[in-house]
Each structure stands twice: as structure tokens, then as C-alpha cells.
Design a protein around this ligand. Structure first.
Ligand code: PEP
Length: 250
């Protein structure tokens, strides 16, 4: 089954309104070069609506970086799926390692967020990945297996067909260290098999993105791997030319 490449940019907690304007303008100016690749940018909440408005009618889609599972209520600092849909936003990153590391995100809360996103018609980009010490002790597969099994617990095959998975080895995020194409492919193939066991044939259509210091210089080799269907990009998504360089490698 052929899977359309997806390149998603995670701005994290970066870009003031003025900085976002410069980046959005830079991407819009080159949007006509985008062909055969799904492109998503995920700004912080302060510039989500601006980005959605600016990219409307272009090939660039917009995503959020987190979503709460409740419809509304006393959850200070959170946003609900229906609030994101209203903007309108189409994608949402869930379970990023920084959320897990610094904000107490667990596989259980990932699962609740994924279900809320799907119920609202948002496409979750579900992040998994091992820490350096887990890789060094040979636990990578066990770690991502639990993250997938618990994070996607209770989903039907139809639900699973709507998600995107991102494999992001934590040791490669923001460090300049990249998994080699072979290292990444090995885990992506493991994840594909795992998804096949859980959801059957739809696994062949689920996009599995690689994330971790992807940049124009290494994107092509990573994206050439059989089970690497795109990238989730942090640092290199903050400069229009770098992000476009990766998009054009897809
Ligand atoms: C990320 O935050 O998802 C990421 C992959 O970051 P970077 O590209 O900066 O490593």
C-alpha cells in the first residue's frame, strides 16, 4: 500500500506573533513548490488561529501540539478538541516526549487524548520513542510496544486508519544526534508489525514519521527507508528554507 509522505513541523514553544508572521510568509511564498507531500505546521496556541487563517487555501495544514480529553471544564491551561476544530485545526501532536518528560504525560493520558481527538475528527500524531539509557540496555522495542499498546488501547481498525504515528528516539530530539536510516527503519518496521498485529491490514496505510534532528542534509536518506513515511521536525521547522528543504526531500 502506498503511503503519502507527511512532513510535519513542531514549533514547540517558539515564535512570537511577529516571528510567526515571518515564517508563515516565508512558507506561503514557496507553497507552490509543495507537491505529493502532506505538509503540516504545529504552532503554539497563540499563533494557531493566525496560521490556520493564513494557510487556508494553500497545501499547508495546521495542527496543535496537545489536546485535552474533556469537552470543556476546569482544566486550566488546556484546550479541548472541539476548540481546536473550531479554529479550524486538522491535526494534533499527542504524547510528545517533552510532554511526557516535563508535564507528566503518561501512556494512559495519551490514550484519552487520542480518543478525544478522533471523536472530534482531528488527526492525532501519536509520538513514541525510547530514552538513551533504554536504547543502551536493549529496551527500545519493549518501550515503544507499551507506548503503542496503551496509547492506542480501545481503538478500532477504522480509528487506527485515521492516526499518524511518530517514532522519535528521545536521544535524537534537539540534540543534533540522528538515528541512522537503518536504526530508524528497524524500529519503524517493528512498529508496523506491531500495528498489523493490533489492527490488521490497515497498518499498511498508517504513516509512521521519524523525528529527531531531521534536517535537509539527512532527510533524503531517512525518507528513502521502506517504513519511514515522513518526518516530525522541531528545530528545522523554524526556518522556512530548512523546512522547505526537508519537504522537497520527501
Ligand atoms: C520534535 O520535537 O518532534 C523534534 C523532532 O525536534 P528536533 O527536530 O529539533 O530534533
Amino acid at each position: 500500500m502506498s503511503r503519502k509522505t507527511m512532513i510535519a513541523g513542531n514549533w514547540k514553544m517558539n515564535n512570537t506573533v511577529a516571528e510567526a508572521r515571518e515564517l508563515v510568509e516565508g512558507l506561503k511564498a514557496r507553497a507552490s513548490e509543495i507537491a505529493g507531500v502532506d505538509v503540516v505546521v504545529c504552532p503554539p496556541v497563540t499563533t494557531l488561529a493566525y496560521a490556520a487563517e493564513q494557510f487556508a487555501g494553500t497545501p499547508v495544514k495546521v495542527g496543535a501540539q496537545n489536546v485535552h480529553w474533556a469537552e470543556s471544564g476546569a482544566y486550566t491551561g488546556e484546550v479541548s478538541a472541539s476548540m481546536l476544530k473550531e479554529i479550524p485545526v486538522e491535526y494534533v501532536i499527542i504524547g510528545h516526549s517533552e510532554r511526557r518528560q516535563y508535564f507528566g504525560e503518561t501512556d494512559g493520558t495519551v490514550n484519552q487524548r487520542v480518543k478525544a481527538a478522533l471523536a472530534a475528527g482531528l488527526t492525532p500524531i501519536v509520538c513514541v520513542g525510547e530514552l538513551l539509557e533504554q536504547r543502551e540496555t536493549g529496551e527500545t522495542e519493549a518501550v515503544v510496544k507499551t507506548q503503542v499498546e496503551v496509547g492506542l488501547d480501545g481503538l478500532t481498525a477504522d480509528d487506527a486508519a485515521k492516526i499518524v504515528v511518530a517514532y522519535e528516539p528521545v536521544w535524537a530530539i534537539g540534540t543534533g544526534l540522528t538515528a541512522s536510516p537503518e536504526q530508524a527503519q528497524e524500529v519503524h518496521a517493528f512498529l508496523r508489525n506491531l500495528l498489523r498485529g493490533l489492527f490488521g491490514a490497515v497498518a499498511d496505510g498508517i504513516r509512521i514519521l521519524y523525528g529527531g534532528s531531521m534536517k535537509p542534509a539527512n532527510a533524503k536518506d531517512l525518507l528513502a527507508q521502506a517504513d519511514i513515511d515522513g518526518g516530525l521536525i522541531g528545530g528545522a521547522s523554524l526556518k522556512a528554507d530548512d523546512f522547505m528543504g526537508i519537504i522537497l526531500s520527501g
